[in-house]
Design a protein. Sequence first.
Length: 70
Amino acid sequence: MFNEPRNVAIYLIRRLRGDSLKRIGREFHITKYRSVSSVIERMEALVSNNRRAKERVEELAELSKSEEQA
């Protein structure tokens, strides 16, 4: 099942904060770090192949960065 909001959150946590797969798994109640890695790989593929998805993810990343600066 593809849960886009959850997958985007996982992807951005890894990309922006650099959290370990294990830590991300704990936060999202995922028991296997390989499952977290798979989500990130799927999101990377989606972002690289889908312009609209890339724009949505980049917009969220920018929001996160602007909140850090505030």
